[in-house]
Write a protein that binds this ligand. Structure first.
Ligand SMILES: NC(=O)c1ccc[n+]([C@@H]2O[C@H](COP(=O)([O-])OP(=O)(O)OC[C@H]3O[C@@H](n4cnc5c(N)ncnc54)[C@H](OP(=O)(O)O)[C@@H]3O)[C@@H](O)[C@H]2O)c1
Length: 395
């Protein structure tokens, strides 16, 4: 491992995004540390993730954001901290503020227009920003907008896991545009921003042209895929607001995200240039990433061929610049989940038998499929550094 690489501490490596960040960091040969709570080791899925990362070179540090002594000891060993805890723990990051530059993994909290609807989801993130700025800590905020694994698999239909085939709800007039990014890609961009002086005290937005879609466009793409026109039910802004207020928290948060992204257009209503921010794909044109939802949606109907623009990967720069106390974040890609019936995806990946077989044969080879499609499982497995001799032999 190269000794001149920044040492990175990732908090949340057992989580969805944190796991991807740790992989990207290890793949870029950064000495990588993960702060992990004890409870994660007794969860089968999480402990397998931790085992995989540990075999790939991650140094595990047992502790949580609340363990100040452990945290401070861990911080002494690293140059960069990336915090990928879930939004509920946003306030718990205050302890890190004196030592890190923080990553954000959603919409820009300073630009959302959801007033009092979000139970302080965004205002807590803004509060952390103000504290960082008031303390004079160098920072970079990275706004990756929507993960493709979150609303896209249901075609933005609340409560559903698979896209509709008969009728579809469209919120507002369907023209507001949102940005979709894959978690793998987010991780790649984040690791690239580490040590990049251009991003200091800036907001980095992920808004590549091929990943920006309105509901009307998404529905049109889906109709093209299934060869059928859907019945459209338009939900007005007032109707959606009423539904948000009537639905108990936290169940209503999915509706709040839909309102913010697809009615208010919070991810795209402003120009990045005029905001003083930077766009990630323009900063790092060498990074290839998943783009073109038209292409991604093939996964939802059972795995047609991707035509060359299916993601991938991330050639991190070897240039070292002046180390900064900072952490960054990046963006996601389509992870179709929840298809029902005997689709190819179900038979080979999502079904209980498929999961058993993947776990039985895949786990010893360093592969934990989760709810992913086969192409993604194999691609990730092939891209990851070997975790053991079997994996090494196969590669
Ligand atoms: N843009 C989008 O569409 C989108 C979607 C989802 C998430 N996000 C954002 O992405 C970020 C990460 O989300 P995620 O879905 O990856 O979260 P996640 O899967 O829930 O993972 C959270 C991680 O944080 C760890 N953690 C929680 N509290 C901790 C504490 N006190 N001390 C140490 N570790 C702690 C958890 O550890 P344990 O395993 O011990 O619980 C877990 O590893 C969040 O900022 C979220 O808002 C964005």
């Amino acid at each position: 491992m190269e000794s001149n690489k920044s040492k990175i501490l990732i908090i949340g490596v057992s989580g969805r995004l944190g796991f991807e960040l740790a992989k990207a960091s290890l793949n870029s040969s950064h000495p990588t540390f993960g702060l992990v709570r004890d409870s994660a080791f007794s969860d089968t899925h999480k402990s397998l993730k931790l085992h995989t990362l540990s075999e790939a070179g991650l140094t595990l540090i047992k502790g949580s954001l609340q363990d100040e002594d452990i945290l401070l000891e861990a911080l002494k060993q690293v140059d960069i901290v990336i915090c990928a805890v879930s939004s509920k723990q946003v306030h718990e990051q205050k302890i890190l503020i004196s030592a890190i530059k923080r990553a954000e993994f959603g919409a820009d909290p300073d630009r959302t227009q959801v007033s009092d609807l979000d139970h302080n989801f965004y205002s807590r993130k803004s509060e952390i920003r103000r504290i960082i700025e008031a303390e004079g800590i160098p920072y970079t905020y990275v706004c990756c907008n929507l993960f493709t694994s979150v609303l896209l698999p249901s075609l933005v239909q609340p409560g559903r896991k698979a896209p509709p085939r008969d009728e579809v709800s469209i919120f507002g007039d369907g023209t507001a545009k949102a940005v979709f990014m894959n978690e793998n890609d987010v991780a790649a961009f984040v690791i690239n921003t580490v040590n990049d002086a251009r991003t200091l005290n800036k907001v980095v937005y992920m808004r590549p042209r091929g990943n920006v879609y309105s509901m009307n466009e998404l529905v049109g793409i889906w109709e093209g895929k299934i060869g059928k026109k859907l019945k459209k039910i338009y939900i007005t802004e007032d109707e959606l607001l009423k539904k948000i207020r009537e639905t108990p928290y936290p169940e209503n948060m999915e509706l709040v995200f839909i309102y913010s992204a697809f009615v208010k257009g919070d991810q795209t209503y402003f120009s990045i240039e005029s905001s003083g921010g930077l766009e990630g794909t323009q900063l790092y044109p060498q990074i290839t990433y998943t783009t073109g939802l038209n292409t991604c949606m093939y996964d939802l109907v059972g795995g047609n061929d991707h035509t060359g623009d299916l993601s991938a990967i991330v050639k991190c720069s070897d240039e070292e610049s002046t180390p900064t106390k900072a952490s960054f974040s990046v963006i996601p890609k389509l992870v179709p989940t929840g298809l029902t019936g005997d689709t190819i995806f179900h038979v080979f990946c999502e079904g209980e038998t498929a999961k058993y077989i993947w776990n039985y044969f895949g786990a010893p080879m360093g592969n934990k499929p989760g709810d992913w499609n086969i192409r993604r499982i194999l691609r990730q497995w092939g891209e990851f550094k070997p975790v053991n001799n079997i994996h090494r032999l196969c590669l």
